[in-house]
Design a protein around this ligand. Structure first.
Ligand SMILES: Cc1cc2nc3c(=O)[nH]c(=O)nc-3n(C[C@H](O)[C@H](O)[C@H](O)COP(=O)(O)O)c2cc1C
Length: 345
């Protein structure tokens, strides 16, 4: 097994053995929405469906990028996620596809179109790899394997820093991302992995032609803490990853900070969303789509049916919030600041 594949195995083991990699900060709890006692709607007429990348979703959910690799467990996870995404009408991102360039046997785990013929599927590569030999050719190959609707390029400077073998040269990346945007022929989505995008980052990306941004803020899965375990295995006294385990922009703050760019970019919210109510709050703060990753990892190792149960719960919670806010559609929720309860002066 090569190093990239081994790393993915280590991550799964760490997540299973250290519950505190899920930070559970619940930053969305501080936000209250304006309940209506007279919603003037029937619950049955509430329709949370949206369009994303030209496709219809039953509600604004993205199963966020997680995994892929040559081992059976990665194939099982991705197949179950794809079958569930198709059956429930939601979008799915795969984990970093870097592994398929060093270990061709991993490619199969990303070939998900047969399991999800109509769902939006998102390819994934680390943007920093554009500074380490990757270019348009690898981006095209990643998209082709999935027949993806878009390519996600992820930004993870904290994670790479905590990895001893990490790729930490982030110079000139915005311009390189711009080059991919102009030549790929499919939309490019840029995301963080749990520390959030700053307004300055988003401005740089929009200037390069990126029109879909996933803030992927802090509050949920901590990559700093996950990588800490691999670092501490080499030196028990090394706690850099623990010091930075809660670093980054809490997801609601990151969303609010990107407000000036709402007319120029489609925003995706991820990082610590754990319910359909969190999703509703994220949409009120300007998100068009909501990504959850960690809550799907366990069910995906079980079955597609177990993944569907989680999606159905999220849809029920999201639809309930729409009803209680007097909103018949998700469009009425999006960026609607009138639905926020202001804290007492
Ligand atoms: C097991 C696991 C693996 C992940 N791998 C990737 C990845 O390869 N590429 C990526 O862009 N994000 C990756 N992420 C980050 C998620 O897509 C998401 O942005 C982040 O975990 C925040 O969501 P959460 O708090 O709901 O987990 C991964 C997350 C988890 C839990």
């Amino acid at each position: 097994m090569n190093a990239t594949n081994q790393r993915k195995h280590d991550h799964l083991r760490t997540i299973a053995h250290d519950p505190a990699v899920e930070r559970g900060r619940h930053y969305f709890d501080a936000i209250r929405l304006a309940h209506r006692a007279l919603p003037e709607l029937a619950l049955a007429e509430v329709d949370p469906a949206i369009d994303f990348l030209g496709k219809r979703l039953s509600f604004p959910l993205l199963i966020s990028s997680m995994t892929g690799g040559s081992a059976k467990v990665f194939q099982t996870i991705n197949r179950n996620l794809a079958l569930a995404a198709e059956a429930e009408g939601v979008a799915l991102g795969v984990g970093s596809q870097r592994v398929m360039f060093s270990e061709p046997a991993a490619t199969k785990s990303f070939a998900l179109r047969p399991f999800a013929p109509t769902a939006p599927l998102l390819a994934n590569l680390g943007a920093v790899q554009l500074n380490y030999g990757f270019g348009l050719k690898e981006c095209r190959a990643a998209v082709a394997v999935l027949d993806a609707d878009a390519l996600i390029l992820h930004l993870n400077p904290l994670q790479e820093t905590i990895q001893r073998e990490g790729n930490t040269d982030f110079r000139g990346l915005a311009a390189k991302i711009g080059g991919i945007v102009r030549q790929l022929g499919r939309p490019v989505i840029v995301k963080e992995v749990g520390a959030g995008l700053a307004l300055a980052d988003a401005r740089l990306l929009v200037r390069q032609g990126v029109t879909i941004l996933d803030v992927a803020g802090a509050g949920g899965t901590s990559w700093s803490r996950i990588e800490h375990h691999r670092r501490a295995a080499a030196d028990a006294a090394d706690d850099l990853g623990l010091v930075f385990q809660d670093w980054g922009w809490p997801t609601p703050l990151a969303l609010a900070a990107l407000r000036p760019l709402r007319s120029k970019a489609t925003l995706i919210a991820s990082g610590g969303l754990r319910s359909g109510l969190d999703m509703a709050k994220a949409v009120v703060l300007g998100a068009s789509l909501c990504g959850l990753a960690a809550p799907f990892l366990g069910p995906a190792q079980e079955s597609a049916a177990a993944v569907r149960v989680v999606i159905q719960r999220l849809r029920r919670e999201f639809t309930t919030a729409l009803f209680l806010l007097g909103c018949r559609t998700t469009a009425r929720l999006r960026g609607n600041a009138a639905l926020l309860v202001a804290p007492p002066a």
